[in-house]
Design a protein. Structure first.
Ligand code: ADP
Ligand code: MG
Length: 417
């Protein structure tokens, strides 16, 4: 299949893909196998009871084996009040996400405002690539369960319609919290930023771990969703990929991801590894620390690319304050800021082997959160935030003004960043 260009909306950090291949033969996902018998089914995490086996799975196998609900299109139409434009929660490159309601026990469409709130993603892109991404989400989120991954409730596959039904994440994406200006989005405090970074890091560490061995491939602020207590959950598994098997350090694949977040070696060679995700994590950590977008054409020249601009400052302990978000002043200690900046710098190492593993990142962030370097006032901050964040706002305006990340396909070689 040819190279597909999309010009939907304005993209702050457009997602790119190099090529798309035709036919369904390329769909090749692994299956889960149950291990360990003594685990409670009520556990919030299937992390230790589920492992991804190396057996390739066909589309039929994925759809048949998943233990999430299969919805009809008409059910989801009812649940979202016919996909009402004013209930759009956000927009990504592959579709819009709508708010809906279902009965929490039967999962049957419920009256708005009653039962359980759900988020319904409706793919608006036709063709193989959209289908592949949809199937990747069903495959991975249908099998993996962890407190830092968004929960997939169900899916719909009917004629040309492809939808995904997730648990609703009331605080929306980290992107909105970091970059939206307005009274509803108070700047996130230092403590909350550390909390969000830690939650997202745990999600990635779980994916990279021996149970799952999955590379997420599209780690960025718009794919990190927040629950009422600012627990971070990774969503959007459309680009997730099985990690390497055996002794291999990487998988070779077409280059896909989002400008500003993709690791340099992945961009230049197509070699994808868990360390590619670590690089993207470094970019997000830098966004958290600086309050700046990974790519921002509205900044003065020389400051468009956050990593390039910040790197020289991060290597000098006393210069890191030039990078730190001025809205965080007085909330962090010198030592805490230096630790966080040094962690970001390590994740952003040009060579993958020099980057830490996500397990190591989690350890450092746990120390940062537990230390006196970060004051323990998260609970009172949560309350203060809860007052400043209302669900009553117009979600459509929120998502559109946030710029949304629109996936765009680009030919290789990729334009320089
Ligand atoms: N479960 C959810 N709860 C609340 N908002 C969501 C949820 N899922 C997605 N969104 C919103 O929709 C946006 C796009 O969703 P995403 O899954 O990333 O779509 P895409 O695959 O098209 O990029 C997110 O950035 C977020 O603002
Ligand atoms: Mg997305």
């Amino acid at each position: 299949m040819g190279i597909c260009w999309s010009a939907k909306g304005k993209a702050v950090n457009p997602t790119f893909s190099a090529t798309t291949s035709g036919g369904c033969s390329g769909v090749n996902f692994r299956s889960t196998s149950k291990g360990g018998s003594g685990l409670s089914s009520g556990s919030s995490s299937r992390a230790s009871s589920t492992s991804m086996s190396q057996t390739p799975r066909s589309e039929c196998e994925i759809l048949q084996s998943t233990n999430v609900k299969r919805f009809t299109f008409s059910e989801l139409k009812t649940a979202t009040r016919n996909f009402r434009p004013d209930s759009v929660l956000g927009e990504g490159g592959f579709g819009s996400v709508f708010k809906g309601w279902v009965d929490e026990h039967t999962l049957i469409a419920a009256k708005p405002g009653t039962g359980m709130v759900i988020a319904v993603k409706r793919l608006n892109q036709e063709g193989f690539q959209g289908h592949r991404e949809w199937l990747a989400e069903v495959n991975y989120l249908g099998q993996l369960s962890h407190p830092n991954l968004v929960k997939l409730i169900g899916f719909c596959l009917e004629d040309e319609q492809r939808l995904l039904v997730y648990e609703f994440m009331p605080r929306g994406s980290l992107e909105n919290h970091l970059f939206r200006r307005g009274s509803y989005f108070q700047p996130l405090s230092w403590n909350l930023r550390v909390k969000v970074a830690l939650g997202a890091a745990r999600g990635l560490a779980f994916l990279h771990g021996s149970e799952a061995k999955v590379i997420y491939r599209d780690f960025k602020t718009s794919n990190i969703l927040l629950d009422p207590n600012y627990n971070a959950k990774l969503s959007d598994f459309g680009l997730a990929k099985d990690g390497p098997t055996g002794d291999k350090s990487h998988v070779s694949t077409r280059v896909m991801g989002t400008y500003g977040y993709a690791a340099p070696e992945y961009l230049s060679t197509g070699h994808l590894s868990a360390k590619s995700d670590v690089y993207s994590f470094g970019v997000v950590l830098l966004e958290l620390l600086s309050g700046r977008r990974a790519l921002d054409k509205n900044r003065p020249s020389g400051e468009h690319n956050l990593v390039e601009w910040a790197r020289p400052y991060l290597t000098h302990k006393r210069k890191i304050f030039r990078v730190l978000d001025s809205r965080l002043e007085g909330q962090y200690s010198l030592v805490g800021a230096q630790k966080a900046a040094s962690l970001a710098l390590q994740c952003l190492a040009m060579e993958g082997r020099l980057r830490p593993s996500m397990e190591e990142v989690v350890t450092v962030l746990e120390q940062l959160q537990g230390s006196k370097d970060t004051e323990q006032k998260t609970d009172s901050e949560l309350k203060a935030h809860a007052q400043s964040f209302s669900e009553g706002q117009n979600p459509r305006r929120r998502s559109l003004e946030a710029g949304g990340s629109v996936k765009v396909a680009y030919p290789r070689p990729l334009p320089s960043l």
